[in-house]
Ligand binder design. Structure first.
Ligand code: ZN
Length: 105
């Protein structure tokens, strides 16, 4: 893996199912239902719920709930579609609440 620093991997706090890689962490500045949330470009071992339209402070989005593929815990959501150019970078991204995560190197 070369000499780069090792980034943490994020796991489900409930069942320790691996959910995301540190290198896929995009932002720590999101807010979810329970408080701080992280945005990732990819998530693994998750189940994506049906698409729903949701109005958030920054506009309307089509999102889908994201659940742990092992224990079924609701972790956050995925941005499926946005309606404003400024928000388009969020499409396909996963937002997972910090409270639902644990990280290990
Ligand atoms: Zn889990």
């Amino acid at each position: 893996m070369g000499e780069g620093k090792t980034l943490p991997t994020y796991f489900c706090r409930n069942c320790e199912n691996p959910l995301a890689l540190g290198e896929d962490l995009i932002s720590k500045k999101f807010v979810g239902a329970s408080g701080p949330a992280f945005m990732f470009s990819h998530a693994m071992n998750v189940v994506i719920g049906p698409k729903i339209e949701r109005k958030l402070i920054t506009g309307s989005y089509v999102v889908a709930d994201v659940m742990c593929g092992n224990c079924g815990e609701t972790l956050g959501w995925k941005y499926v579609e946005t309606f404003h150019l400024r928000q388009r970078y969020k499409e396909g991204m996963f937002v997972i609440e910090k409270l639902k995560l644990t990280k290990k190197l």
